[in-house]
Design a binder for this molecule. Structure first.
Ligand SMILES: [Zn+2]
Length: 409
């Protein structure tokens, strides 16, 4: 779990504060509280490379959900953003996610941004807030660059970092994109955007344009690119831009399954993400991992990429791809005490599946029995310890009703 797969070993882990102080078969630690997780698989916490936390309270909007969300986004309140982030964080923790790349594509006002940041910090989840733009904004108007500047200058450093969420080349004019990227780069902030999801978007050949203008790089994260030709993938890889796939969202949006074979072939740095929490309201990285593995089967042949690779994209490699802080997605001495414990009981009737396959193709959020983030326990014995998920879900439904009434009135 320091990078690459190690078959399960019987180990003890000593946590001091928010860090891993030691890992060894047997440890002595006078006066330490002992947590017995024997029989469970302990892994690094999962890293969600792309998540729209602001809209998590929106559920069951039906067939015209995209249109409804466009309208709702305009009447969205900072309170709705905060509650959504709270709910998204609870769902994330429940499914073993300990670090999330929160992509805020409905920053209607500075208060909306503050509300999301506050809720992320309160949740205890690690991650990055990617300052975005109003969902209903026009393509030829830059995001609120003044408030971005203020946010940068007053940012409190801690477990939540800062980045920038852009509409990207498929959904904004070249002038706006240029201005936004150069501002973000001037502040030293990573940026990310959706690109090349649909066939129409891929035909804009924006990967080539951006590559020629020097606008790609390790600090420029690209999401989806499910419809891009191989040469676009090669250009992204050459520039060092990582690619984040979000297969549950890609299926819901009819973007098609990611061509994992071509992405591997191009040598891209890969991450995976939940995207939107969807109508069922799940931030489920296990479904994401299974869909990625199955998409690889489709293009590369049955089980051509092993579970260890997919799991790496959901932990260490995914964290590196999105430039998460050092040690995120690994279990290593001196690294962050972000870890989860998974029960594999009943996942494999044959008794022959290796654990990496069990984790990526069979397990689900219910198998996550324990979650620790920064040394704090967030889930124990299969139950969230800091959040009442049912109460939060009810509160979310009430707030959605209020927003829909606002829309109706
Ligand atoms: Zn997205």
């Amino acid at each position: 779990m320091e990078g690459g797969w190690t078959n399960p070993l019987r180990l003890e882990i000593l946590i001091e504060g928010d860090r891993i102080a030691a890992i060894a078969p047997e440890l002595k630690a006078e006066g330490a509280e002992v947590i017995d997780l024997s029989g469970l698989l302990i892994t690094p916490g999962l890293v969600d490379g792309h998540s729209h936390m602001w809209s998590a309270i929106a559920r069951g909007l039906g067939d015209d959900s995209a249109e409804t969300m466009d309208a709702l986004a305009e009447v969205w309140t900072p309170e709705a953003s905060a509650l959504s982030v709270e709910l998204a964080a609870a769902l994330a923790v429940n499914s073993g996610i300990t670090w999330v790349n929160n992509w805020a594509d409905n920053v209607v006002s500075p208060e909306h941004a503050d509300a999301e940041v506050g809720a992320m910090r309160d949740s205890g989840l690690g991650g990055r807030f990617n300052y975005g733009y109003p969902h209903a904004g026009s393509h030829d108007k830059p995001m609120d660059l003044d408030d971005l500047r203020d946010t940068v200058s007053t940012w409190e450093h801690g477990p939540v970092g800062l980045g920038v969420a852009l509409r990207g080349p498929d959904s904004s004019t070249p002038e706006v994109l240029q201005e936004e990227i150069s501002k973000a780069r001037g502040y030293g902030l990573p940026v990310s955007f959706h690109m090349g999801g649909s066939q129409g978007a891929a035909e804009l050949h924006n990967v080539q344009a951006m590559s020629e203008q020097g606008m790609l790089g390790a600090d420029v994260q690209v999401v989806h690119v499910t419809s891009a030709p191989a040469e676009d993938l090669a250009r992204l890889a050459e520039a060092g831009s990582p690619l984040i796939v979000a297969p549950t969202t890609e299926a819901a949006m009819d973007f098609g399954a990611p061509d994992i074979g071509a992405m591997r072939e191009a040598g891209l740095n890969m991450g995976v993400g939940v995207g939107t929490t969807g109508p069922e309201g799940a931030a489920d990285m296990f479904t994401v991992m299974r869909l990625v593995a199955e998409a690889a089967d489709e293009t590369m042949g049955e089980e051509a990429i092993n579970g260890a690779t997919v799991f790496d994209w959901a932990t260490r490699a995914g964290a590196l791809a999105v430039q998460a802080p050092d040690g995120v997605g690994t279990l290593v001495k001196g690294g962050p005490a972000d870890l989860i414990a998974i029960s594999t009981e009943g996942l494999d009737e044959t008794g022959k599946l290796p654990p990496d396959i069990e984790l990526t193709r069979k397990a689900g959020p219910d198998n996550v029995r324990f979650v620790m983030i920064g040394g704090e326990i967030h889930k124990a014995d299969g139950e969230l310890t800091k959040v009442d998920l049912d109460a939060l879900t009810n509160e979310a439904a009430e707030m959605m009703n209020e927003l829909q009434e606002k829309l109706g009135g």
